[in-house]
Write a protein that binds this ligand. Structure first.
Ligand SMILES: Nc1ncnc2c1ncn2[C@@H]1O[C@H](COP(=O)(O)OP(=O)(O)OP(=O)(O)O)[C@@H](O)[C@H]1O
Length: 371
């Protein structure tokens, strides 16, 4: 699989080469040590630790679904009703504990009743080992779906429907007062056929999310400088410039992800995650050189709309709340121009009409009672 070059949460260093190498080697050792500690904190199914208990119920650990810097994610079965869920476990040896933060974001989102977020069903702790949250189980992520398609390409109809749902998901996250700050295809997944949610797209992973609203304040004041947050390929220009991100920057990252869904290969596809300046230059070129934008989208019949969205996003400043409905209307305009009807099937389920959720226009931008 072609990996997405990651570049998260780092600061550029002005150190000399040998010092840098030494630092890197030490960091690598430390990472290895922490990873071993973290692994030993996780449930030990091979040693008979097959059940995890919370105050609400008992979960049998089935398969491991994924691993991250935090610990691991398991598929579990709830004993009481034999339903399957995902259990995300965070070792106590993780330096930056984020699970409690993720749980807070999910609780706010569950109150919103948006379809785009996995329900948080339980949470708990195993003393001196790990904390866990239990979530609705979702299906394949958008990255894995695309790279399994012929020529790793979505049809335009599918790319536009994904654009519509992911935009709505991000808007809803903003409505409860959080930025995501790591918008990328692996952080969105479809639901599962078993519970008929496989046409719904869910937003995952709130590890880098940041609370931007508090009582009576629609947006926190920006810090003068920030560490880079996000993934180079999809990072907004503000993130490249180490500036504070706001709602518009999540939507700019969404634009790069959306554009990739349409054309498959972004001009900076082969750049390494560490080459942030190179990627930034390519992103700037899309703005400065009309032909670059034209060449990217003309064959896909949506140059006007993609160009209009990016021009609009670039006109926004830190404080502005984006007009999500305007962006959505551009997607609809592209769909109409290219004969993509509302129920035309999507690439991951070709045999039936599409029955995914429709974007709801006119929603309140900020849900005050959730702040
Ligand atoms: N609700 C879920 N249902 C099914 N699988 C899940 C669920 N949540 C997470 N996973 C799986 O676990 C993996 C890691 O989870 P998640 O994306 O939340 O962690 P992460 O913080 O992104 O990890 P990383 O450190 O790699 O960024 C996902 O890629 C996915 O495969």
């Amino acid at each position: 699989m072609e990996p997405i070059e990651e570049s998260k949460d780092t600061k550029k260093s002005g150190k000399g080469n040998s010092e840098k190498r030494k630092l890197e080697a030490n960091k690598e050792l430390e990472r290895e040590r922490t990873k071993n500690l973290q692994n030993s904190d996780m449930p030990k199914t091979d040693k008979g630790e097959t059940h995890i208990e919370s105050s609400k119920g008992v979960y049998e650990i089935k398969d491991q679904l994924g691993q991250g810097s935090f610990g691991a994610v398991f598929m579990v079965k709830r004993e009481s009703d034999r339903k399957h869920f995902a259990m995300k476990c965070e070792s106590i040896h993780v330096k930056k504990q984020i699970l409690a933060h993720e749980a807070r974001v999910l609780i706010a989102l569950n109150m919103l009743n948006s379809v785009h977020f996995a329900e948080l069903v339980d949470l708990g702790k195993l003393k001196n080992r790990f904390a866990f949250i239990v979530l609705k189980l979702v299906g394949m992520n958008l990255w894995d779906i695309r790279i399994r398609l012929p020529n790793r390409k979505y049809t335009l109809n599918t790319a536009l429907k994904i654009g519509e749902q992911t935009l709505e998901g991000i808007r809803d996250l903003h409505r409860v007062g959080f930025l995501h700050r790591d918008i990328k295809p692996p952080n969105f997944a479809i639901g599962r056929e078993e519970d008929s949610t496989h046409h719904i797209i869910y937003v995952l992973d709130f590890g880098l999310s940041r609370k931007i609203c508090s009582k009576g304040v629609d947006l926190r004041s920006p810090r003068t400088t920030c560490a880079f947050r996000g993934t180079t390929r999809y990072a907004a220009l503000a993130a490249h410039d180490m500036r504070e991100q706001s709602r518009k920057d999540d939507i700019e990252s969404w634009w790069y992800m959306f554009a990739e869904g349409i054309v498959s290969d972004l001009p900076w596809k082969t750049f390494k995650g560490t080459d942030r300046d190179g990627v930034k230059a390519e992103k700037k070129k899309l703005r400065d050189d009309k032909n670059a934008m034209k060449n990217l989208f003309t064959n896909f019949g949506c140059y006007d709309q993609m160009s209009a969205i990016l021009t609009y996003l670039d006109s926004l400043s830190y404080q502005n709340i984006p007009d999500y409905d305007y962006v959505y209307n551009q997607i609809i305009s592209a769909a109409q121009a290219n004969g993509c009807s509302d129920n035309k099937s999507v690439d991951w389920d070709k045999s039936v009409d599409y029955k995914g959720p429709k974007y709801k226009t006119g929603e309140a931008y900020i849900v005050k009672q959730l702040q």
